[in-house]
Write a new protein. Structure first.
Length: 399
């Protein structure tokens, strides 16, 4: 009977259990998680859960009974310190060793801190865990002044949610545009105008120099140009770092912070797989290495890694796809939108009735797409066709 050990307690870990049990009904499964909560979905932490529309019970992936029914030994609040490849064991912070036959590394990522004086001041929030979201939710009230540092997905979602709660919100982005990873000025400008139309103040090209305090309490932020923004709450949305530091001396191949895996999600160590935020994997379409921090990626990679641990030996071929919400506008992202040669936008950027598609082209081939208000415009066929076109690397004329 195989001994499966999963290090990490997020969506990838929960999905891996499902993958293992698809094939192996009897193997011993032990999950080691530094978090004290059973796995939960993270997207609601900046949206529905943060706004108070969803409760913890509804964002959990499975309840405790499900893990008991699947005979999973779950160890919460337990930190792993290292992996011994030859001995096939994981050493815990307590010094205890867990031996394994098959190991999955799915430790996720942590929110990057603001590297400025005053970043540890009470009232400065990160947003990665349910505990952090709960604390921020308690502080969000109508009329409070919120400064969001960072105009990426998390920053923009928090800004929209805080505004819906009734807070006064300012977004400070150090780059030239919000949603800079979309790599298109017109698309970024559309989202900026949308936030501003809902009363959010957006400032780009702004670098925060320090967190300002008064009598030991948070007062606001000061920029490198000495511009000051008053704040009762500051939220840092400046990216995340994969949790691979504990593996630095364990012999694993690590590139740009991610664990290098092959098409079967195997690391360079025998009987060790990686999935989710920590995995740097070959994109099934472009064949280029990628590391993604999105819900869909953790879900699908976790399931595939679990199946392969149980003997499936299948290549990971899922095309990445994820979505975001800003107020009443939905954003769907397909494929690879990084480093395009060109972006072609079709449709309307009218704030009253937005309905647009951005096509991402590299080497004259379609690699990704961003669709705004897909569902409300009834564009399911377009979505399906784009998935097929990206999968085949369809040639794009005029690019």
């Amino acid at each position: 009977m195989s001994r499966y050990v999963i290090v990490g307690g997020g969506l990838a870990a929960a999905s891996a259990i499902e993958g293992i049990r698809d094939i192996d009904k009897d193997g011993e499964i032990t999950v080691v998680s530094a978090e004290r909560d059973l796995p939960y979905h993270r997207p609601p932490l900046s949206k529905g859960y943060l706004a108070g529309r969803e409760q913890l019970e509804t964002v959990r992936i499975h309840d405790a009974l499900w893990y008991r029914d699947n005979r999973v030994r779950y160890r919460l609040g337990v930190e792993a310190k290292s992996v011994h490849m030859k001995k096939r064991s994981v050493t815990l912070a307590s010094g205890e060793r867990l031996e394994y036959d098959k190991l999955l590394l799915a430790t996720g990522s942590h929110a990057r801190r603001l590297g400025v004086p005053g970043a540890d001041t009470p009232g400065v929030f990160l947003l990665r865990t349910v505990g952090e979201s709960t604390a921020l939710k308690a502080a969000l009230k109508p009329g409070v002044k919120v400064v969001v540092v960072g105009g990426s997905f998390i920053g923009m979602e928090v800004a929209a949610t805080a505004r819906q709660v009734g807070a006064e919100v300012t977004v400070l982005e150090m780059g030239p545009a919000v949603y800079g990873r979309f790599a298109d000025p017109q698309l970024s400008d559309f989202f900026r105008r949308m936030l501003e139309s809902h009363g959010v103040t957006v400032k780009t090209g702004v670098r925060v120099a320090r967190i300002r305090t008064m009598a030991g309490k948070l007062a606001g932020v000061t920029t490198e140009t000495e511009e000051q923004f008053n704040a009762d709450i500051v939220v840092a949305g400046v990216g995340a770092e994969p949790n691979t530091g504990w593996l630095a001396n364990s012999g694993f191949g690590i590139d740009r912070g991610g664990l290098i895996v092959n098409v079967r999600l195997e690391t360079n160590a025998p009987a060790v797989w990686a999935a989710g935020d920590v995995a740097r994997f070959p994109d099934p379409n472009t064949k280029q290495p990628r590391r993604l921090e999105h819900w869909d990626n953790a879900l699908m990679q976790g399931k595939q890694a679990g199946r392969n641990m149980a003997g499936a030996d299948e290549a990971y071929g899922h095309q990445s796809a994820f979505f975001s919400d800003l107020f009443d506008v939905t954003i769907n992202v397909l494929g690879d939108t990084d480093h395009p040669d060109s972006v072609q936008i079709k449709g309307s950027t009218d704030l009253a009735a937005p309905n647009l598609t951005a096509l991402y082209v590299r080497d004259h081939k379609l690699t990704g797409a961003v669709l705004v208000n897909l569902a409300t415009a009834n564009r399911t066929e377009e979505f399906d066709q784009l998935q097929k076109s990206i999968a085949t690397g369809e040639f794009v004329e005029g690019s």
